[in-house]
Design a protein around this ligand. Structure first.
Ligand code: ARG
Length: 577
């Protein structure tokens, strides 16, 4: 479609020279930007609005449209051009849609939406990044799936990608955990209970610290601080505990990552940057960028209408922004990235804006290659989910509920299916992800499980079901068809080819806007267009030989493109549901 669009733009540009001469000709780029996909097939497959040109040409838009139509040399693939109001409505020829556009889809298959604008460039993506020994809860769903989807999308465009899990594995919480473990914990209990046991120790010490505070005592708080300081100074015993806590937590996160099909290239968390911070602090000092404020060292950002960025606490210990600054410099040196992307909840937007600004005033001229990708909050509506740790909802409980429900639905609808457990897991987890990624990422979400699992809604199960259906049609037909040039296409055939043809545009905008929902929405468009076609047109049973081959090729196009679209948003697609 892109080639055709370009040829149309070139032809319109050439035609525009005949209106008021070369000088006032409309550049091809401007036409490309203005060409629209009309909402209704009766208005053509592409439309060129002439309204903005009336100033240039001092002419009414319908008049301009008429002149362009008269002068245009119709490019290959265009069947008809009609003038409606101030628009040129352009109709693509059936034989071009089937014999050229669908043929390209058939040839490229799942790679039809790929690009090469990322070749030779590296992107670092920092996502998921839970805090060790704290619950991995639904607030982390966004960073995990948006982050991984952005990684897959960038890879699809040729970028070399490094996915980093910037674990929250450093900070005073480890002092608290060490104290709590020595006081109330045991090796056996942690070995058995895993991260849940760590979390409950952590919850307990926080509650007790609070109670002490109310009574004006600070024993536990001081002890915790002291243990963290020992850890910072390399105390062997504390380091061993810290490593162990981290291992226990990681083992738990890995289970969730496995369900999601997510892997990381690096687990360098905050602790990794301990020895990399002094250099940056020194630069801040040398450049006179730090000020003392009640004992703490800060970078004043009032010129930029932001509160100060905290670099060192009054006791000299480092903070979250300090670690981010050191990490960015390390990543630039190690990977020489073209972009470094951070996916976190919108609650951290100020944090990122602050330290990005600090990088800029430190003189790192690549600071504009740091991107924060924020997302909205999640709440859970409808039904109560079991919570093990106070009032947060763990990701694994959310997935477990979805999987259980799916198993029930499969049991009822298709009890004979093989791999029941695997399918229930793919559909249940897929449903949660799809529901989450369906809306614009900055919107807040109210999660309703039954909506997410509705096979008739705009959901993951609906998309997976459509994928499985196309697969079984092809399997039964025993052929993947052939994209022959045919004429007399039905409205649903045309619509389906056109929908598929948009895949490259969609992947490019999803990367540009860092917005996976462009892909989930596209997947639903494909499903809807396919199901309309399927209801109206016999495929494998079509009597006309060439029409059958063409329809099978179209079905295969849907199968491959839908499959890839789902993969790009971290969703598995079983062959049968
Ligand atoms: N661990 C943090 C949290 O759970 C997220 C870290 C995001 N990445 C970063 N480089 N700051 O809130």
């Amino acid at each position: 479609m892109n080639k055709l669009k370009y040829n149309i733009a070139k032809a319109i540009s050439a035609a525009s020279k005949t209106i008021k001469g070369e000088e006032l000709a409309i550049p091809v780029e401007d036409i490309l930007g203005a060409l629209e996909y009309p909402p209704d097939a009766s208005m053509g497959d592409l439309a060129f609005p002439c309204f903005k040109l009336s100033r240039t040409f001092r002419m009414a838009p319908p008049m301009i449209a008429a002149k362009l139509k008269d002068a245009i040399e119709t490019p290959e693939g265009v069947g008809e051009i009609r003038i409606v109001g101030g628009y040129l409505n352009i109709f693509i020829d059936d034989r071009y849609l089937s014999g050229k556009i669908l043929a390209e889809i058939a040839e490229k298959g799942a790679d039809f939406g790929a690009h090469d604008f990322g070749r030779g460039k590296t992107v670092v993506l920092d996502y998921s990044s839970p805090n060790v020994a704290k619950p991995f809860h639904i607030g982390h769903l966004g960073t995990t799936v948006i982050g991984h989807s952005l990684k897959l999308l960038h890879e699809y465009a040729g970028y070399h990608c490094i996915g980093i899990n910037h674990l929250g594995d450093w900070g005073t919480q480890f002092g608290k955990l060490i104290v709590a473990y020595r006081k109330w914990g045991s090796r056996e209990a942690i070995e058995q209970g895993g991260v849940d046991e760590l979390v409950s120790l952590y919850v307990r010490i926080n509650n007790e610290i609070k109670a002490e505070e109310e009574a004006g005592i600070r024993t536990l708080a001081d002890a915790s601080r002291a243990e963290f300081t020992k850890l910072e100074h390399g105390d062997e015993e504390n380091l061993a505990l810290w490593r162990w806590f981290k291992e226990i937590s990681l083992a738990e996160y890995e289970k969730t990552y496995k369900q999601l099909g997510i892997t990381f290239d690096s687990y360098n968390g905050e602790a990794f940057y301990t020895d990399k911070m002094p250099e940056q602090v020194q630069i801040l000092k040398d450049k006179n960028l730090m000020k003392l404020d009640a004992g703490a060292s800060i970078v004043d950002l009032s010129d930029y209408n932001m509160p100060p960025c905290l670099i060192l606490k009054s006791d000299g210990s480092t903070l979250y922004p300090t670690r981010d600054i050191a990490a960015a410099v390390y990543r630039k040196r190690t990977y020489d990235f073209d972009k470094c992307i951070y996916v976190t909840s919108a609650g951290q937007s100020l944090h990122f804006a602050q330290w990005f600004k600090v990088m800029e005033i430190m003189g790192y001229d690549w600071a504009d290659r740091l991107y924060h990708v924020p997302y909205g909050t999640v709440s859970i509506g409808g039904e109560k989910l079991a919570t093990r740790t106070g009032n947060v909802i763990l990701l694994r409980d959310l997935f477990a509920t979805a999987i259980d429900k799916c198993r029930g639905i499969i049991e009822e609808k298709n009890p004979g299916i093989e791999n029941k457990d695997e399918t229930a897991e793919a559909v249940g987890v897929g449903a949660v992800i799809f529901y989450y990624l369906y809306g614009n990422r900055s919107r807040d979400i109210n999660f309703i499980m039954d909506d997410a699992l509705d096979f008739n809604g705009n959901t993951g199960p609906y998309a997976q079901y459509t994928y499985a259906r196309t697969g079984s049609i092809l399997e039964k037909a025993g052929s993947t068809g052939e994209a022959l040039a045919v004429s007399g296409l039905t409205a649903t055939e045309r619509e389906l080819i056109k929908t598929l043809s948009l895949f490259p545009d969609k992947t490019a905008s999803a990367i540009e806007d860092m917005e996976p929902s462009i892909i989930t929405r596209f997947a639903i468009d494909v499903c809807n267009a396919f199901n309309r076609f399927y209801q109206e047109c016999p495929i494998a049973t079509c009597e006309d030989e060439s029409r059958r081959a063409f329809r099978l090729a179209l079905t295969r196009g849907v199968h491959e493109i839908l499959g890839r679209a789902l993969e790009l948003v971290c969703i598995k697609h079983p062959d049968k549901i």
